[in-house]
Design a protein around this ligand. Sequence first.
Ligand code: PHE
Length: 453
Amino acid sequence: MGNKKTVGQRALFATKIGVIATTVGSAVGLGNIWRFPYEAGSNGGGAFMACYFMFIFIIGVPVICAEFIMGRGTRSNIFGAYRKLSPKGKWYVAGFMGILASVLILSFYSVVAGWILEYLIQSLTGSIKLADASANHVAFDEFSTSSFRPVIWTLSFLALNFLILINGVAKGIERMSNILMPMLFVLLVIFCINSLTLDKASEGLTFLFHPDFSKISPQVLLSAMGQAFFSLSLGLGCMTTYASYFGEGTKLGRTAMTTAILDTLVAILAGIIIFPAVFSFGFSPQAGPTLVFEVLPAVFNNLPGGVVWSSLFFLLLTLASLTSTISMSEISIAFMVEEWKLSRKVATIVNTLVAMFFGTLCALSFGVLSDVKIFGLTIFNLFDYASSNVLLPIGGMIASIFVGWVVDKRFVKSQMTGNGAYKSVLLPFVVFCLRYTAPAGIALVFLNSIGLI
Ligand code: PHE
């Protein structure tokens, strides 16, 4: 990375492709390939999908722009961005919420990434069982409920994340994302084609793309909204922190749109891979968080040279997970470095140790801690639900109200138009959504889900 640019003490992403690759790298991850299929499967398929699309474009895109504007405009972490833009206000409290969400997500996300590592090693050593539905179910259940291996993998994944992080922003992240994302994409397209040849492919596609609107319930709406936020890495200051490393020439509207489109495309591909297989091989779409780990081996089983495909896939998915965990770690690291004046190394150690502690609890909540329930949820499910369905949408609502109503309109305009150098077709739409549709939409979904309206 010879041409590393800096503003003050901060490193900037060196190239335009670096900006897209890293934001998309943050957005694309287990959220698309693990979480999206199981949420869609548990929430009525097509009905969920329709709500999800709507939330991505009328709430997601405007809120990404809001986070970009705050980050690039202040060159700060999420907490610092609120403070700089409103020195007397209490908006920065939302920054703390974002940091909390990032730690919760990093903890449970690393457990799933740990499962991926297990499957990667099993694929590489040839010990993975590529079999039918019930055998896959038993194999995964046995593994995930044990105490030792899931914890070791969670900790190993976090250690890997740590090693990449202490190498700095531009170097570590940019280099990896540039090659990785296109490769993953190609692999997904190949798997899609394979799934489309399965005998009950059309049933799977109908389930996913044919919305039965009578299935839309308050819970489906909340889950679809939570998934939109989670998948876009939105509502916790991740995009703010990344945008603080963007160059002045980066077009925010275009970057937001590209990120949303590519992220959604990857989720759709994952859906096209999973659901035809679910119906053809006799799985239940409602299996929950374990769905993908049961269905994918059956998909690979159907491909000639299955173990080669599964090795390649789990390897790329590990890297895709890393580009996401790097981005969520960056939220609290940037905060600790800039606000607490810790060295980057110490901040990274703190972030990793906290996640290792909570990650271990999450990993054990499928086995020995499965009886520990808070609000009726296991620790893993609580972390997932509290972050995706509560903290992120609230964070997004605050960011949209803040940028829509509180921040100076000229500042918003100048960020979106490169200080007037070019036009932003998205600007009027973004401002309108930030002021009205996003805050009102999020509030309605919340009130609806707790039964107030
Ligand atoms: N968007 C990431 C994914 O889909 C997860 C993520 C959430 C990353 C929040 C950063 C912040 O896998």
